[in-house]
Design a protein around this ligand. Structure first.
Ligand code: FAD
Length: 518
């Protein structure tokens, strides 16, 4: 027999099998000897009260053997002689679009400007150590897309649980830990994602799909408002009547290409600010309300949202036990973001702290669809210039930042290329700077001790989402003017993270298949 029920236990009981079984036996009034297995279905930490609890949803097997339900990869078919669909971008949107094409009996041809996930690492090293930015291979570009070397957080605001579970199941089938199906806030970690991505690629190729690395799309061939194919930087032409464009939020040349071809795009509001780093111990102390977090609690995350002078200011992509990464995609700019290994075992915690921007903040946005992108670019270039024209970023201690005071010295931070002490007022437009200054004081009211000079502010955190939307028909998902063009994922404005991009990739492929079959 099996029973499902919810239980609140201590972190130690949740972590130590014998203790959990005892707690279950007591709570459910089932003799320990009759319990044959306990399966954890959902787990979340409740740190709101002084005593921290772990909420568990359990399935208890009583005198019944447990059979592991291994998640199988759905039956992908050989599509080598089927109609080709070009998918530009091998991020989560592109990769999951390709898998869905195969399921739907179409041959995906993935065109990716960057390198395979393994070779890409060398360019990340050059970026971190020699400050060399390769415009095709960096933290945003290359196999796996922008989230490959990330924290691999897999939660999304998507309301459709079924869609989310499907993506998580596929990730498990391709090698992710089954724990991601259980945790309330699952994450994979930088050390684990690349192997999963490589497995997805191998599956695509083994089914007859093509994956072309080092292949940058430079033009879209359009005849009578319909897609006919693409041109690449190598001078090749690839013909197809369907094109899924999943190039991410940093492919500025794609936005410029579309604009130059009079293909409708729109300026889109996004958020921008800084990346702040604290000692992880301090965040644990604040969040868990204890001196040390002990053996059974994970490094604590945090999430804060405030309204400052009528604008939203919030934490974004918080990485417990993580590292700040140089995420520029072109020389002459600096950009920060964060990642962490699966164990989140680095001594520092970092998070983007960003201010909500509106279309009216971008000069010329009524007439220029690239206005938000230009605004973003200017701040990244200014930061680059202020910090010394390398991949060093301008930085300030947090209390100094709120007081408008240049920091006399800066401790070593996790940001490998290094930091330069700069009064960040010189980097940001006044309204962003003032909002951040006031907002950090408000943050401290929610998390006492957050506002400390032990924390370092790095600038800028600017690639939070796409500054451009590529409009598509809400039913067919085709571009509003161009038949056969499917704007997809984060770059087109339809996703905000790994899971939502993967969901959008699947949806675009489904729409594409439906249109071909019709
Ligand atoms: P992308 O992943 O950006 O992929 C676009 C792909 O298109 C890239 O591989 C690029 O090389 C390729 N491309 C671009 N232009 C061309 C061209 N002209 N020709 C051919 N190919 C082209 N999200 C989360 O949900 N959780 C996290 O923990 C998380 N952490 C992150 C950490 C970092 C450091 C970064 C940079 C991002 C993080 N994100 C995270 C955001 C997440 O990565 C993105 O939301 C997601 O990858 C978007 O997927 P996508 O497929 O739409 O685009």
């Amino acid at each position: 027999m099996r029973y499902q029920f919810q239980l609140q236990v201590s972190p130690e009981q949740a972590a130590v099998k014998e203790k959990l079984w005892k707690a279950v036996s007591k709570k459910a009034d089932i003799p320990l000897s009759e319990i044959s297995h306990i399966e954890i279905l959902k787990r979340s930490i409740d740190a709101r009260q002084k005593t921290i609890k772990v909420n568990l949803k359990l399935e208890v097997y009583v005198n019944e053997a447990f059979q592991e339900n291994k998640i199988e990869i759905s039956d992908y078919q050989d599509v080598s002689d089927k109609e080709e669909v070009i998918i530009v971008g091998a991020g989560p949107a592109g990769l999951f679009a390709a898998l869905k094409c195969i399921e739907s009996g179409l041959k995906p041809v993935i065109v990716e400007r960057g390198k395979d996930v393994r070779t890409r690492r060398r360019d990340l090293k050059a970026l971190n150590i020699q400050h060399i930015v390769n415009e095709d291979s960096n933290y945003c570009f290359g196999e796996g897309g922008a989230g490959t070397y990330s924290d691999g957080k897999l939660y999304t605001r998507s309301k459709k649980r079924g869609d989310v579970d499907r993506i998580l199941k596929l990730l498990v089938a391709f090698g992710a830990t089954p724990e991601i199906m259980v945790e309330a806030h699952p994450h994979i970690g930088t050390n684990k994602l690349p192997a999963i991505i490589a497995d997805i690629r191998e599956k695509i190729i083994s089914c007859g799909g093509d994956v072309l690395f080092n292949t940058r799309l430079t033009d879209i061939i359009i005849i009578d408002n319909e897609v006919a194919g693409i041109k690449t930087l190598k001078g090749e032409t690839i013909k197809a009547r369907k094109l899924i464009l999943a190039t991410g939020h940093s492919a500025r040349d794609i936005f410029e290409l579309l604009h130059s071809k009079n293909i409708k795009i729109e300026a889109k509001p996004f958020a921008l600010g800084v990346r702040v780093e604290h000692p992880q111990e301090l965040i644990d102390k604040i969040q868990y309300k204890c001196e040390t977090r002990g053996d059974y609690l994970p490094p604590s995350p945090y999430s804060i949202v405030k309204q400052i002078n009528g604008r939203g200011m919030y934490s974004f992509c918080m990485c417990p036990g993580g590292i700040i990464a140089p995420c520029a995609t072109a020389p002459g700019e600096v950009v920060t973001n964060g990642w962490s290994p699966s164990k989140r075992d680095q001594p520092t915690a970092n998070s983007g702290i960003v201010v909500e921007l509106r279309l009216s903040d971008f000069p010329g946005s009524q007439v220029n669809p690239l206005a938000a992108m230009e605004f973003q670019k200017q701040i990244e270039q200014k930061s680059w210039a202020e910090a010394g024209k390398t991949q060093r970023v301008p930085a300030q201690r947090l209390v100094d930042f709120t007081n408008g005071k240049l920091s006399q010295n800066l401790p070593v931070t996790s940001y490998k290329p290094g930091v330069t002490s700069v009064e960040l007022e010189s980097v940001f437009p006044n309204f962003i700077h003032k909002t951040l200054q006031a907002g950090f004081k408000e943050f401290d009211k929610s998390m006492r001790g957050f506002l400390t000079n032990e924390a370092i502010v790095h600038a800028p955190e600017s690639r939070t989402s796409s500054p451009v939307r590529i409009p598509r028909d809400p039913y067919t998902f085709e571009h509003v003017q161009i038949k056969g063009l499917y704007p997809c994922g984060e770059g087109a404005g339809y996703a905000g993270g790994i899971v939502s991009a993967a969901i959008d990739g699947e949806k675009c492929a489904e729409k594409c298949a439906k249109s071909i079959k019709a």
